[in-house]
Design a protein around this ligand. Structure first.
Ligand code: TYD
Ligand code: MG
Length: 456
């Protein structure tokens, strides 16, 4: 077998002919690793002849009768996968170390095996005894799942081929797997790619669903080749702040459903518990009204989610004041502070600003602009915002407040949780929904400041 040396970037997977300190493709420092590539003779053989491909139509009956999704009964997980795991599909779950990926998957495997799904859990990171111990701690001991410690991807692929009854196989983690045919060490780009390919091929042929755990780099991307994300059907991220108990499972890619869904869990001494009404949880710590806090009525996927936003504006002793943001985009905060200062005269320059989304939640919606602005205004004026009120609306550079989608759903959820007032942009058409909430419309920031009692 002919061998040659290539240099692979461990961050983006690009190949360079010589070692360099910085990847030219993704600009990552010190990410280039030397790998031995063997040119496999089988490749040359298979290129020799081809055959005509048969086409089918979209209407045609599926070749497999009853392609039913595997429902785990953990509804937060089932929602994110788009209604259960599709047989023969491949799912990749990424997340920070210690966030609870192994715990989630062990609980999932047990739930599925209780539903008569043939499930095995293969770990390359812990011993079978450690997994068993964890299972006992989680109260899962009478479950029928198969547990094994293995890191050789060829062995696992062979096991899949010889076990036609196998319906779900969990690999924890793909970075520990290796193919003996390749010389590079486990976790390198070529090993991750080749092992994943080998396992996926075997699993697809057998209609076995695969779940890979993937490590993440310090920027939060799944470690290894980007191509891994293209090879799988769904990519989920398990995220959260380790100092908080809440964990959020977020869909990044899904070939079989929507990607904007989230599943909310709480890490307890007895493992992960699903939270079916997250708003209650995120607002639970809110005891009394203080200046600088506002409740945002957001939407995550198809569900409304109410979270508290805290802001603190304090005098700064630094030449360039601090802008510290947790759970929101700092560029968005920069825009908002500029608009508030330039259009409405809110004194923010020369002051430190700290912004925090309570509970370790990350907000991506621009609809949070109004709630953040209200929290900033309240912190500057040191007057608490009106009690039991929620905010939502997107802000334009002109300081106008724009409409956001699903206003009715946001209002209904707020009412359900006992809120009495909502601040929002004026809707273009009147809503037919009967609400017990009092609605305050603001067309721009100046109006909002007036409604909230002015700056002084
Ligand atoms: P783990 O699933 O091992 O994380 P990952 O596989 O993502 O690296 O979770 C480890 C953390 O979860 C650990 O810090 C302890 C915590 N934990 C609990 O709080 N309760 C539990 O029941 C379990 C099993 C773990
Ligand atoms: Mg783990």
């Amino acid at each position: 077998m002919a061998k040659n040396t290539q240099y692979h970037c461990q961050q983006c997977g690009s190949v360079t002919p010589k070692w360099v300190g910085r990847c030219e493709a993704c600009s990552a420092w010190n990410s280039i690793v030397e790998e031995q590539i063997s040119s496999r003779p089988s490749l040359a053989k298979s290129a020799k002849s081809g055959r005509k491909i048969e086409f089918s139509t979209l209407e045609q009956e599926s070749s497999k009768q009853g392609l039913v999704r595997m429902l785990s009964g953990i509804s937060e997980f089932d929602r994110v996968t788009g209604g259960g795991i599709v047989p023969g599909s491949v799912l990749l779950i990424g997340g920070d170390p210690g966030i609870g990926k192994s715990t989630l998957l062990l609980q999932l495997a047990c739930k599925l095996s209780h539903n008569q799904t043939q499930t095995v859990y293969i770990t390359g990171e812990e011993s079978a005894d450690q997994v068993r111990l964890r299972g006992q701690r989680l109260g899962l001991k009478d479950s029928q799942i198969g547990i094994a410690t293995a890191t050789n991807a060829s062995d696992i692929a062979e096991t899949i081929r010889r076990s036609p009854e196998l319906e779900l196989l969990i690999i924890d983690s793909i970075q520990t797997m290796y193919l003996p045919a390749l010389d590079s060490s486990p976790g390198t780009v070529s090993q991750v790619r080749a092992s994943a390919q080998e396992l996926i091929q075997a699993a697809k042929a057998n209609d076995t669903a695969l779940i890979f755990v993937g490590h993440v780099t310090k920027d939060g991307a799944i470690a290894g080749p980007r191509v891994l994300e293209h090879m799988v059907d769904s990519v989920l991220h398990f995220e959260g702040d380790r100092s908080h108990h809440f964990r959020i499972l977020r869909g990044i890619k899904n070939r079989f459903g929507a990607t904007d869904e989230i599943g909310v869990f709480e890490m307890t001494a007895a493992g992960l518990q699903q939270i079916s009404n997250p708003s209650e949880l995120f607002l639970a710590e809110r005891t009394h009204e203080v200046a600088g806090t506002a409740v945002f009525a957001g939407i995550e996927g198809s569900r409304p989610l109410l979270v508290e936003i805290e802001a603190l504006v304090a005098p700064s002793s630094l030449a360039s004041p601090r802008r510290n943001v947790v759970g929101w985009e700092s560029s968005r905060l920069a825009m908002l502070t500029a608009v508030l200062e330039a259009r409405c005269g809110l004194p923010l320059s020369g002051r430190d600003i700290f912004l925090n989304v309570a509970g370790g939640m990350k907000i991506q919606e621009p609809a949070a602009d109004l709630a953040v602005a209200a929290a900033l205004i309240s912190s500057v004026t040191t007057r608490p915002l009106p009690s039991r009120s929620v905010f939502f609306g997107e802000v334009a550079l002109s300081a106008e407040i724009r409409q956001v989608s699903q206003a009715d759903q946001r209002l209904k959820e707020s009412e359900k949780l006992g809120f009495e007032r909502a601040y929002l942009p004026k809707p273009r058409k009147r809503t037919n929904v009967k609400l017990g909430l009092e609605l305050s419309y603001a067309e721009n920031f100046s109006e909002l400041i007036d409604i909230l009692g002015g700056i002084s």
